[in-house]
Design a protein around this ligand. Structure first.
Ligand code: SF4
Length: 259
């Protein structure tokens, strides 16, 4: 069965950028299907994908079109005409369905990005314009970091973080993610090491999804395994971690940097 079969509504607007060929267009597709479960797989599959937490969305380029996928919406820009918009949708649908079909062979990537503006990044730099990062100025370096074209490590004087945030899940009585709590921890706090070979690779996959609030049927669907197998993995995870429920397992995963 296909993951995505169509959209509910398509809206095409002009972006206001004119060139000799014609006006550029943007499109919004509203869909019934929740795309969220596919984001970690898209993140792993598309090299240049950018996965963001708030709001949860993933951005990548497909056939020269920059698109952003939200849970129930796709925004794309850079079209010359409506035919291009329709063609793009077909490519996107094929792309997502192909990722969905291959998901058991893809290791999902849950790493998300927090976008910062060049000005925010500039505040963290020594502002000496020394050029050691390979850029002509600190401002140029800040712009490159904000576009993921450079990393903070490229500047020897980049500010050290003083706190880091950890997000803990709160589950309702049915084990569904109800909300989250964000706590600060000093970077001097050492992340406890996960004992080697404590969990199998598959158990880590299950734990990651469980900690993100997915139910057993959702985990089974995402990993292409039966619900019975998920249940067995969850029981083994509880035993190995010495925890009694999903909330405790999720907190363990968060504390040990597994999520
Ligand atoms: S290495 Fe750092 S201080 Fe030097 S120019 Fe680059 S960003 Fe500025």
């Amino acid at each position: 069965m296909s993951f995505l079969t169509g959209y509910k509504k398509m809206t095409v607007t002009r972006c206001g950028i004119m060139n000799i060929i014609g006006p550029r267009m943007a499109a919004k597709f509203e869909i019934d299907q929740d795309l969220r479960s596919l984001f970690p797989f898209i993140n792993a599959h598309h090299d240049e994908a950018k996965y963001f937490d708030t709001p949860e969305r993933i951005q990548f380029v497909l056939n020269d079109v920059l698109c952003t996928l939200y849970p129930f919406e796709v925004i794309a820009a850079g079209f010359y005409d409506e035919n291009g918009v329709r063609l793009f949708w077909e490519h996107l649908q094929d792309d997502l369905n192909s990722i969905y079909d291959k998901r058991q062979t893809i290791t999902p990537d849950y790493k998300t990005l927090v976008p910062l503006s060049p000005i925010d990044i500039y505040q963290l730099l020594p502002k000496t314009n020394c050029g050691k990062c390979g850029k002509e100025s600190c401002l140029a370096f800040a712009a490159a970091v904000s576009k993921d074209k450079a990393t903070p490590m490229d500047c020897p004087g980049f500010a050290e973080p003083i706190v880091q945030k950890t997000v803990y899940p709160i589950f309702d009585k049915d084990g569904n993610l109800a909300s989250t709590v964000e706590l600060s921890a000093t970077t001097n706090v050492k992340v406890p090491e996960v004992p080697e070979n404590l969990l199998t690779k598959r158990e880590v996959d299950v734990l990651r999804l469980l900690a993100k609030g997915y139910s057993n049927p959702e985990i089974a669907q995402l990993l292409s395994i039966s619900q019975h197998t998920v249940k067995t993995h969850v029981t083994h995870i509880y035993d190995k971690l010495g925890v009694n429920d999903r909330a405790q397992a999720a907190v363990w995963a968060s504390r040990h940097d597994v999520v």
